[in-house]
Ligand binder design. Structure first.
Ligand code: ATP
Ligand code: MG
Length: 364
């Protein structure tokens, strides 16, 4: 029996409004070809336009409205000319991540044929790995404060919080992912030489979970040398797992090494499926190019493919979702090889032209 998937579509701001329709177009093409039932519900909020009308980013019952969804397909949020970024971000996306317990931020890092690589001499195949970032705790807390403000004795403290529950679940997810891949290699980001309490503890939790995955090889690397190796030796990575702060840095550096941010997708995952997971491009709302129809829609489209892969792996999986994922990625590969290309890739095509080209190839 075919399952119906209910998906919330939220465009947000700026180029989110331009790339989301292309993602929906490609998903519709995949649904048609693979006979999937994707029911989309569109929401105008989680945007700065909504904020200007209502004084808040989302209606008070946003959680009820979204809780029954299988996934959220999200464009981009933020329009700093109208609303400060910390207000728009904390009022929408960061609420989803925390309240829907999307504790994994998953970002594939992959160099495609036809995309100029900023790292000299790298070929497609040299760079193909995942960054798994802890998404709900760690260094990003509001615990702390300023003492003796305005005096010579002024000091500020900001705490990090690592729970065993929160740490073990992200490590376990990363081991599972590594274990399912050919190379079965996991890099654990750390800084246990400098951050002398939490990071040695984090390393210890990695050792403890490793005991359940003896087939996976592990190396722990300090974040400083790890960032250097992203640039100098990207071929040595398979799956990389990191705390919230380190993962934030690595998951921007990774896509930067593979050409353009206009390609990079992400999943904010709740692997326990107690709440919907959210799929979005890594890039923001790009006010500098918004409204011109020239944004690269591929990060949005690839995020849609990741969403299907996630749905395909759930309970009562529908294998056709997995096939649809593969067809969308194949169509992206082909269009990156042959064109059309948007400006960030040196081309002159519009957002809609690239979306049309990928949708046509998905249709077969
Ligand atoms: P964030 O909102 O994530 O904090 P930001 O607002 O600084 O980040 P973006 O909105 O991602 O950054 O834009 C950064 C740069 O990348 C801009 O110059 C923007 O035009 C460009 N860019 C972002 N996304 C795309 C895209 N899909 N296609 C082409 N260029 C893009
Ligand atoms: Mg922004």
């Amino acid at each position: 029996m075919t399952r119906r998937f209910k998906i919330a579509a939220i465009a947000g701001d700026g180029i989110g409004k331009e790339v989301l329709p292309e993602g929906l177009k490609v998903l519709a093409a995949a649904a048609e070809r693979f006979n999937l039932h994707l029911d989309f519900a569109h929401f105008p909020w989680a945007s700065c336009d909504w904020y200007m009308q209502h004084g808040e980013m989302m209606p008070p019952d946003w959680k009820e409205q979204l809780s029954g969804m299988d996934a959220i397909y999200f464009g981009a949020v933020g329009w700093p000319a109208l609303v400060p970024d910390h207000v728009s971000l904390w009022g929408s996306l960061l609420k989803f991540r925390r309240e829907f317990d999307q504790y994994i931020n998953l970002r594939p890092v992959r160099l495609f044929e036809g995309v100029p690589c900023p790292l000299a001499g790298r070929k497609p195949g040299d760079i193909d790995f995942f960054v798994v970032r802890e998404n709900t705790e760690g260094e990003y807390t509001n615990l702390g404060g300023v003492m003796f403000p305005g005096t010579e004795r002024e000091m500020v403290i900001q705490e990090s919080v690592f729970t065993r529950h929160g740490t073990d679940r992200v490590l376990r997810y990363a081991f599972e992912l590594a274990n399912a891949r050919r190379r079965r290699h996991l890099t654990v980001a750390t800084k246990s030489n400098g951050i002398a309490i939490s990071m040695p503890w984090w390393d210890g939790r990695a050792d403890a979970i490793h005991a359940d995955y003896p087939q996976v090889t592990v190396d722990k690397q300090h974040i400083d040398i790890l960032t250097a190796r992203f640039v100098l030796q990207p071929d040595r990575f398979d799956v990389v797992v990191a705390s919230n702060l380190f993962g934030d840095i690595l998951s921007d550096l990774g896509p930067a090494c593979t050409g353009t941010i206009g390609l990079a997708p992400s999943g904010n995952l709740n692997p326990d499926r107690t709440f919907p997971s959210l799929f979005e491009p890594v890039h923001g709302s790009a006010p500098d190019i918004a409204g011109q129809g020239i944004a690269n829609p591929i990060a949005m489209i690839w995020s849609g493919a990741m969403m299907l892969a996630f749905l395909a792996a759930g309970p009562n999986p529908d294998p056709r979702c997995g096939e649809a994922h593969d067809a969308i990625v194949a169509a992206i590969e082909e269009v990156l090889r042959t064109g059309p290309r948007t400006g960030d890739l040196g081309g002159t095509a519009t957002t809609v032209e690239v979306g049309d080209a990928i949708a046509a190839r998905v249709r077969g």
